[in-house]
Ligand binder design. Structure first.
Ligand SMILES: Cc1cc2nc3c(=O)[nH]c(=O)nc-3n(C[C@H](O)[C@H](O)[C@H](O)COP(=O)(O)OP(=O)(O)OC[C@H]3O[C@@H](n4cnc5c(N)ncnc54)[C@H](O)[C@@H]3O)c2cc1C
Length: 417
């Protein structure tokens, strides 16, 4: 069967890889000149299977209200005359109920554990290196109340199969000695030894090369302009070719992996996905003093910032802004990232050398993605991965390939998507 994957972010590329592994003819349509050029380009780098608590949790509504008017708040809501934004926010509030949060954590952990297995296998089979480090993720708290509040979700995640351990400050310094230089008041943390970090863009581009080597046809600089349907099936895709001409491409089945743009493409086809762009920022800084630079990936609970070591670079990422599709850099938010990095790790890097970037997380209110069949017979979804698309990419691609191939997927809830 010929399967056409729409979008070559980390999700489209892993989908293409696993579809090819399952024996399909695969083509990929991507508007940029390389894979992973949009949201998968410079993310936080964490493979965070065990820290799986979604943004929507019982404590979120109060926090969001408190942050409403602070320009450097971790989560910023800029109200717009946009029904999609309000629909998303209302659904987000519903997902904050304890029963929904528990259900979402269970789904996220199930997908995460499967993804970790698939990433391990893929990395070993292909010998991929992407500044990956298998040193765990240390989530640290600067408030005793937040640390205490983390104990119950940690117990739930342990019950679901995650290796999450609450650790005191002394143990944290053993895990990440660079923290001994910190100027922040750290009260404790939670450590997940099996979590990882690495450059999602490098991974995606290397995997795309391997997939091309096995026969996947990547069409870059090719923009989808129309998805055509008739009698409940997709009949073709109109694209603008690199030379500006228009062409109609066809396949037996189609996979939508268009990140934050997926919902807009599917609405005219009668498929209503609740995906809204949650804009995030990252800064990448060359290491100045290796002794002061972390190697364990970290999450700062107070500022909702993640830190990953990518070779001799530091990647720092965070903030979520619900403000539509603009990718502009806000200087206050950029500086907040660098300021916090230097507070936690003084003198680790030269702030003048920071490279800033923004990306649009394809966020669902629950942080559970859409993976599986759509109501059109030959159209499949692999999108809406929000804060954890890199973490969930290999598992999502594998599950999608199983569903397209008519096999029972390893993740129980995906079949019903
Ligand atoms: C600041 C930040 C930090 C993050 N940190 C982490 C982290 O530490 N760990 C983690 O797991 N996740 C993280 N994420 C989330 C993760 O990066 C995303 O979930 C993931 O990249 C989404 O991948 P995707 O393939 O769905 O989307 P994308 O990477 O955006 O891919 C969609 C592709 O579709 C293409 N496309 C769109 N429209 C068209 C069209 N009309 N024609 C042709 N092609 C089109 C785009 O060019 C793009 O390449 C972070 C995100 C951000 C923004």
């Amino acid at each position: 069967m010929h399967v056409m994957v729409l979008g070559a972010g980390v999700i489209g590329t892993t989908s293409a890889w696993f579809l090819r592994q399952a024996g399909h003819d695969v083509s990929v349509i991507e508007r940029e000149s390389q894979p992973a050029s949009e949201t998968s380009f410079a993310n936080g780098g964490q493979i965070s299977v065990s820290h799986a608590e979604p943004w929507a949790n019982p404590s979120a509504p109060l926090k969001v209200l408190r942050w409403l008017f602070a320009d450097d708040a971790p989560l910023l809501f800029r109200p717009r005359l946009d029904p999609a934004q309000w629909r998303w926010c209302l659904a987000f509030l519903m997902e904050c109920r304890p029963c929904r949060t528990r259900d979402n954590i269970a789904k996220i952990v199930e997908l995460g554990l499967h993804s970790r297995r698939m990433l391990d296998e893929t990395r070993a089979e292909l010998g991929l290196h992407y500044d990956d480090l298998q040193r765990g993720i240390l989530h640290f708290y600067t408030s005793q109340a937040e640390y205490d509040a983390a104990v119950a979700p940690a117990a739930l995640m342990r019950k679901l199969g995650c290796d999450l351990e609450m650790v005191d400050r002394e143990r944290m310094l053993e895990i990440e000695p660079a923290l001994r230089f910190t100027n922040a008041q750290i009260v404790g943390g939670s450590m997940t030894y099996a979590d990882e970090s690495g450059d999602a863009c490098a991974f995606t581009r290397k995997l795309a090369d391997k997939a091309a080597g096995r026969g996947v046809a990547f069409k870059y600089n090719t923009t989808i302009v129309t998805i055509e349907t008739a009698r409940g099936t997709v009949t073709g895709v109109q694209v603008r070719e690199p030379d500006g001409s228009y062409k109609r491409l066809t396949a037996d089945a189609y996979v939508v992996a268009l990140g934050s743009y997926s919902a807009g493409w599917l609405k005219p086809l009668g498929i209503n996905l609740n995906i809204y762009p949650a804009k995030g920022y990252s800064a990448t800084l060359p290491v100045r003093d290796p002794e002061r630079a972390y190697t364990v990936s970290l999450t700062d609970d107070e500022y909702k910032i993640v830190f990953s070591r990518l070779g001799n670079r530091l990647r720092v990422a965070g903030t979520a802004e619900l403000s539509g599709y603009n990718l502009g850099l806000n200087a206050t938010r950029c500086q907040a990232l660098v300021r916090r990095t230097l507070e936690i790790f003084p003198d680790v890097a030269d702030p003048a050398k920071a490279q800033f970037w923004t990306g649009l997380r394809p966020a669902t209110p629950s942080n559970v993605p859409y993976i599986g069949k759509s109501k059109l017979k030959n159209l499949y979804l692999n999108t809406g991965h929000g804060t954890l698309g890199w973490t969930h990419s290999c598992g999502s691609g594998h599950v999608l390939a199983d569903i397209v191939s008519g096999r029972r997927p390893a993740v129980s809830w995906a079949a019903a998507a």
